[in-house]
Design a protein around this ligand. Structure first.
Ligand code: NDP
Length: 283
């Protein structure tokens, strides 16, 4: 630590700042490990982003998360980017390293850490539903981790093809786009299937993916990015059909684990964070 008379400060630049479960999750684990650190949530408008980053520098913050709408706009205010954030063109975690503010993206890294509890994606065939920010981050990270092929399934063709083009241009994976216009049948060769759409997110908990549940095959790993509620319809269907299921809570928790490791150098207890989120979400 650079000083000993103040807590080290980390935080989040968000809009709106209210209702951010990450704050409670991170603060709970700081307290658990008796770390002299704080995680402060700040409401930052797009017009104030430049000044907010200057403020963090001025106060020597150890780093901060940033969420929509700042994930791309923050880049011009930073001193450099981590490898995957550079490919994605999006930053959700800023880390002070030797006085420089470096942008990282922990969305995909958090997912990958969760997935590694079940399997190594190297050489695996992956299907990703969706082509938004979460899909882009996860697909880049899985491609860098050696996934052999990635199929992006999305309603909007332009968005889907953009992610596919990025993967083919910047990584070694073989990426293919499938337009999602009818009930999607998961190819039997898929080993990892990920819902990276917003379907199922609270309060639309009964929303159903336009997917044939009969094509969820025994042995497939089925993952959902939706953290609340964690037991989405997809997760329940997958478990009922004997698949290995991975919920979206793990991705949030592991993003926290990775961010805190970046900022503090400490490996924190993921269980404490998961319990705090489960308490907040009432699950
Ligand atoms: P975006 O708005 O960038 O993308 C949304 C995606 O969902 C698009 O691909 C969109 O398709 C698709 N979509 C939305 N509604 C439907 C539908 N009815 N049927 C099919 N596809 C649909 O959002 P993000 O990528 O940022 O976030 C997606 C989800 O991931 C959110 O629910 C968010 O909460 C979650 N998330 C979870 C994280 C975690 O740590 N667990 C981290 C980050 C995000 P189209 O392009 O065709 O409109």
């Amino acid at each position: 630590m650079d000083h000993n008379f103040l807590d080290e400060i980390t935080g989040s630049f968000a809009m709106p700042a209210a209702d951010n479960p990450t704050v409670a999750m991170v603060e709970a684990v700081y307290r658990h490990h008796q770390l002299p650190w704080r995680y402060i949530n700040c409401e930052v408008t797009p017009a104030n982003l430049a000044n907010a980053v200057k403020g963090a520098r001025g106060m020597n913050w150890a780093g901060f998360n940033c969420s929509i709408p700042h994930k791309v706009a923050v880049i011009e205010h930073l001193d450099g980017l981590g490898a995957s954030a550079e490919i994605m063109g999006a930053v959700n975690c800023v880390v002070r390293r030797n006085g420089a503010y470096i942008g990282e993206n922990t969305d995909g890294k958090g997912f990958l850490l969760s997935l590694r509890q079940l399997t190594d994606p190297a050489g695996k065939s992956v299907v990703i539903l969706g082509a938004g920010g979460a899909a882009r981050a996860i697909s880049v990270e899985l491609a860098l981790a050696g996934a052999s092929d990635i199929t992006i399934v999305n309603r909007d063709a332009t968005r889907g093809q953009t992610v596919v083009d990025l993967l083919n241009a910047r990584t070694k994976t073989i990426a293919t786009f499938v337009q999602w216009s009818e009930r999607f049948a998961i190819p039997a060769a898929a080993q990892i299937v990920i819902n990276a759409t917003s379907v199922g997110l609270f309060p639309n908990v009964d929303a159903e993916l336009n997917l044939d549940p009969e094509t969820l095959q025994l042995g497939m790993i089925i993952a959902d990015v939706i953290p609340n509620p964690p037991r989405t319809r997809l997760i329940r269907d997958a478990e009922a059909r004997g698949c290995l299921a991975l919920d979206g809570l793990g991705m949030v928790v592991n993003q926290g684990v990775i961010g805190i490791k970046y900022w503090t150098g400490i490996d924190v207890d993921a269980g404490v964070m998961r319990n705090k989120l489960a308490e907040l979400f009432g699950v």
